[in-house]
Write a protein that binds this ligand. Structure first.
Ligand SMILES: NC(=O)c1ccc[n+]([C@@H]2O[C@H](COP(=O)([O-])OP(=O)(O)OC[C@H]3O[C@@H](n4cnc5c(N)ncnc54)[C@H](O)[C@@H]3O)[C@@H](O)[C@H]2O)c1
Length: 268
C-alpha cells in the first residue's frame, strides 16, 4: 500500500527495535527524526539525529516541530527500580505526548508491552479491553503509558495507538516465544499500520505475530488498524521441548511474573 508517512519522529531509535522500525519506515517517510540519549548515526539527508533524553521537554518540542507523527520506543524495557521506571517510562511518555501536543503532532504510536496482562494464566485468551494484570513494576509503568495515551486522545484529540508488543526477536529463543514472538516483519507491519490507520482516536492492540500458540487476541489490530500479522513461531517449534513445564500452567509472563523478579529491583 502506497501511503506517505510524512515527517516521523522515532524515540529510542538506538535500541533493539529502533533500527528495524527505522529501516521499515524509511521508504514511505519524507523525513525521520531519530531521538535517543545514545548516539545515532544518520544514513542520508532524509534523516536527522537528535541526542536527547526524554526528560528534556524543551528539546523534544524542538525535535517534534513540523512532524506528522511520533513512534515512541524510548524506555527502560524491562524490570528496573521503580523510581527509574517512573522517570523514564511514565514522565518520559508524558513529555513525549506533551511535546507532541505543543508541536501539533497529529498521531502518537506508543510502545506498550504484553506484560501489562502478563499475570493472566497461559490458558486465558486476552482481549485488549480486559483489565490489566501487570506482571511487575515495568508492566505497571506501561499501564500508565497507555493511560497517558488515552488521556491525550480524549482530552486533546490526539490520535494515539498503544501497541502491546510481544517478544521482538529475529527468531524465538525460548519456549514462551512460541506464543509471544513478534517478528521484525510484523513489528514494522504493526507500527506502519498504527501510523496509517484512518478513523483512530485511541486504540490499544497486541502486536504479536500470528503464532498458533499466542495468548492474545488480534481482532482489534485487524479491525482498527487493518493489519494481520504474517509470521508464526510454529515454524521454530522443533527447537523447543513439547513438554516444557511452561505449558502446564502459570502466568503468561512465566518467570518474569515471580516475586523474585520484582523484589530484585526493590530497595532493601
Ligand atoms: N523488545 C521487546 O521484545 C519489547 C517487548 C514489549 C515492549 N517493548 C517496548 O518497545 C520499546 C522498544 O523496545 P526495545 O527492545 O527497542 O528497547 P531497548 O531497551 O533496546 O531500547 C530503548 C532505547 O531507549 C533509549 N532510552 C532509554 N531511556 C531513555 C531516555 N531517558 N531518553 C532517551 N532515550 C532513552 C535507549 O538508549 C535505547 O536506545 C520499549 O518501549 C519497550 O518497552 C519491547
Amino acid at each position: 500500500m502506497d501511503v506517505k508517512l510524512g515527517r516521523v519522529v522515532i524515540t529510542g531509535a538506538a535500541g533493539r527495535m529502533g533500527p528495524t522500525v527505522r529501516t521499515g519506515l524509511r521508504a514511505d517517510a519524507d523525513h525521520l527524526v531519530l531521538v535517543d540519549r545514545e548516539p545515532v548515526t544518520v544514513e542520508d539527508e532524509t534523516e536527522t539525529a537528535v541526542a536527547a533524553d526524554v526528560a528534556d521537554l524543551d528539546t523534544l518540542v524542538k525535535a517534534f516541530e513540523e512532524a506528522d507523527a511520533v513512534v515512541h520506543l524510548a524506555a527502560l524495557s524491562d524490570e528496573a527500580p521503580f523510581d527509574s521506571l517512573l522517570d523514564t517510562n511514565v514522565q518520559g511518555t508524558f513529555n513525549v505526548l506533551e511535546a507532541a501536543r505543543r508541536a501539533g503532532v497529529r498521531r502518537a504510536v506508543l510502545l506498550s508491552s504484553n506484560r501489562v496482562t502478563g499475570s493472566y494464566p497461559i490458558h486465558h485468551h486476552v482481549f485488549p479491553d480486559e483489565p490489566p494484570r501487570p506482571d511487575g513494576l515495568y508492566a505497571v509503568s506501561k499501564v500508565a503509558v497507555e493511560a497517558l495515551g488515552q488521556m491525550y486522545a480524549d482530552t486533546f484529540g490526539m490520535e494515539v495507538v498503544a501497541l502491546r508488543a510481544g517478544s521482538f526477536k529475529e527468531e524465538p529463543t525460548e519456549t514462551r516465544d512460541l506464543a509471544t514472538w513478534l517478528s521484525p516483519r510484523d513489528c514494522v507491519g504493526f507500527v506502519r499500520a498504527a501510523l496509517t490507520a484512518t478513523g483512530v482516536s485511541y486504540v490499544t492492540a497486541y502486536a504479536v505475530s500470528a503464532n498458533a500458540r499466542r495468548f492474545w487476541d488480534l481482532t482489534v489490530g485487524e479491525s482498527e488498524l487493518g493489519y494481520r500479522p504474517e509470521d508464526d513461531a510454529a515454524q521454530f517449534a522443533g527447537r523447543f521441548a513439547d513438554d516444557d513445564p511452561f505449558w502446564h500452567g502459570g502466568p503468561q509472563s512465566g518467570d518474569r511474573a515471580t516475586p523474585e523478579a520484582v523484589l530484585e529491583h526493590l530497595p532493601d
